[in-house]
Design a protein. Structure first.
Length: 121
Protein backbone atom coordinates (compact mmCIF):
# COMPACT_ATOMS: atom_id res chain seq x y z
CA UNK A 1 0.00 0.00 0.00
CA UNK A 2 2.77 2.42 0.93
CA UNK A 3 4.71 1.56 -2.23
CA UNK A 4 1.63 2.20 -4.38
CA UNK A 5 1.04 5.59 -2.74
CA UNK A 6 4.74 6.43 -3.22
CA UNK A 7 4.57 5.53 -6.92
CA UNK A 8 1.42 7.63 -7.35
CA UNK A 9 3.08 10.56 -5.56
CA UNK A 10 6.21 10.33 -7.74
CA UNK A 11 4.07 10.02 -10.90
CA UNK A 12 2.06 13.13 -10.03
CA UNK A 13 5.26 15.06 -9.32
CA UNK A 14 6.84 13.93 -12.58
CA UNK A 15 3.74 15.08 -14.43
CA UNK A 16 3.73 18.45 -12.64
CA UNK A 17 7.40 19.11 -13.43
CA UNK A 18 7.00 17.88 -17.02
CA UNK A 19 3.92 20.03 -17.56
CA UNK A 20 5.46 23.18 -16.04
CA UNK A 21 9.29 23.21 -16.11
CA UNK A 22 9.22 26.61 -14.38
CA UNK A 23 8.15 24.75 -11.26
CA UNK A 24 11.82 23.98 -10.62
CA UNK A 25 12.29 27.62 -9.62
CA UNK A 26 9.15 27.91 -7.47
CA UNK A 27 7.90 26.15 -4.36
CA UNK A 28 5.90 23.11 -5.43
CA UNK A 29 2.72 23.50 -3.40
CA UNK A 30 1.61 19.92 -4.06
CA UNK A 31 4.79 18.51 -2.52
CA UNK A 32 4.65 20.85 0.46
CA UNK A 33 1.02 20.08 1.26
CA UNK A 34 1.22 16.32 0.81
CA UNK A 35 4.46 15.71 2.71
CA UNK A 36 3.54 18.10 5.53
CA UNK A 37 0.04 16.67 5.81
CA UNK A 38 1.26 13.08 6.00
CA UNK A 39 3.91 13.96 8.59
CA UNK A 40 1.47 15.96 10.72
CA UNK A 41 -1.15 13.21 10.60
CA UNK A 42 1.44 10.63 11.62
CA UNK A 43 2.66 12.74 14.57
CA UNK A 44 -0.90 13.39 15.73
CA UNK A 45 -1.71 9.68 15.55
CA UNK A 46 1.43 8.93 17.56
CA UNK A 47 0.49 11.54 20.19
CA UNK A 48 -3.06 10.17 20.39
CA UNK A 49 -1.82 6.60 20.82
CA UNK A 50 0.44 7.69 23.69
CA UNK A 51 -2.15 9.67 25.65
CA UNK A 52 -2.75 7.15 28.41
CA UNK A 53 0.60 5.40 28.29
CA UNK A 54 4.25 6.16 28.89
CA UNK A 55 5.34 9.07 26.71
CA UNK A 56 7.61 7.48 24.10
CA UNK A 57 9.44 10.15 22.12
CA UNK A 58 6.98 12.81 23.31
CA UNK A 59 9.24 15.86 22.93
CA UNK A 60 10.50 14.67 19.57
CA UNK A 61 6.94 14.20 18.29
CA UNK A 62 5.89 17.64 19.54
CA UNK A 63 8.98 19.14 17.90
CA UNK A 64 8.32 17.46 14.56
CA UNK A 65 4.68 18.49 14.49
CA UNK A 66 5.44 22.09 15.50
CA UNK A 67 8.32 22.43 13.04
CA UNK A 68 6.44 20.83 10.14
CA UNK A 69 3.38 22.99 10.72
CA UNK A 70 5.40 26.22 10.88
CA UNK A 71 7.65 25.42 7.93
CA UNK A 72 4.79 24.24 5.75
CA UNK A 73 3.03 27.57 6.33
CA UNK A 74 6.25 29.46 5.55
CA UNK A 75 6.92 27.41 2.39
CA UNK A 76 3.32 27.79 1.24
CA UNK A 77 3.87 31.54 1.47
CA UNK A 78 7.15 31.17 -0.47
CA UNK A 79 5.61 32.04 -3.82
CA UNK A 80 3.80 35.07 -2.44
CA UNK A 81 5.37 38.51 -2.49
CA UNK A 82 4.61 38.96 1.21
CA UNK A 83 7.60 36.84 2.16
CA UNK A 84 9.81 39.95 2.32
CA UNK A 85 7.88 42.74 3.95
CA UNK A 86 9.32 46.21 3.40
CA UNK A 87 7.66 48.14 6.21
CA UNK A 88 8.76 46.98 8.77
CA UNK A 89 11.38 44.78 7.16
CA UNK A 90 10.67 41.24 8.37
CA UNK A 91 12.34 38.28 6.77
CA UNK A 92 9.91 35.41 7.22
CA UNK A 93 12.74 32.87 6.82
CA UNK A 94 14.07 33.99 10.20
CA UNK A 95 10.99 32.38 11.74
CA UNK A 96 11.91 29.13 10.02
CA UNK A 97 15.35 29.29 11.66
CA UNK A 98 13.82 30.03 15.06
CA UNK A 99 11.43 27.08 14.80
CA UNK A 100 14.32 24.86 13.70
CA UNK A 101 16.30 25.86 16.80
CA UNK A 102 13.28 25.09 19.01
CA UNK A 103 12.94 21.73 17.22
CA UNK A 104 16.62 20.97 17.89
CA UNK A 105 16.15 21.92 21.56
CA UNK A 106 13.23 19.47 21.86
CA UNK A 107 15.35 16.73 20.29
CA UNK A 108 18.07 17.47 22.85
CA UNK A 109 15.53 17.37 25.66
CA UNK A 110 14.25 13.98 24.44
CA UNK A 111 17.82 12.67 24.17
CA UNK A 112 18.59 13.84 27.72
CA UNK A 113 15.37 12.27 29.02
CA UNK A 114 16.19 8.93 27.38
CA UNK A 115 19.75 8.98 28.74
CA UNK A 116 18.49 9.68 32.27
CA UNK A 117 16.08 6.75 31.97
CA UNK A 118 18.93 4.51 30.78
CA UNK A 119 21.14 5.58 33.72
CA UNK A 120 18.38 4.91 36.28
CA UNK A 121 17.84 1.35 34.99
Amino acid sequence: MVVAIFIIFISINLYLYFDDPGLYWKFNLFEIVTISFVTLVYTLIHLYNNLGEEKNYFYFTIGVSMYMLSTSIIFLLGNVELVFMKEPYIDIWVFNSIFFIVYQFLIFKEWRYLNLLKKND
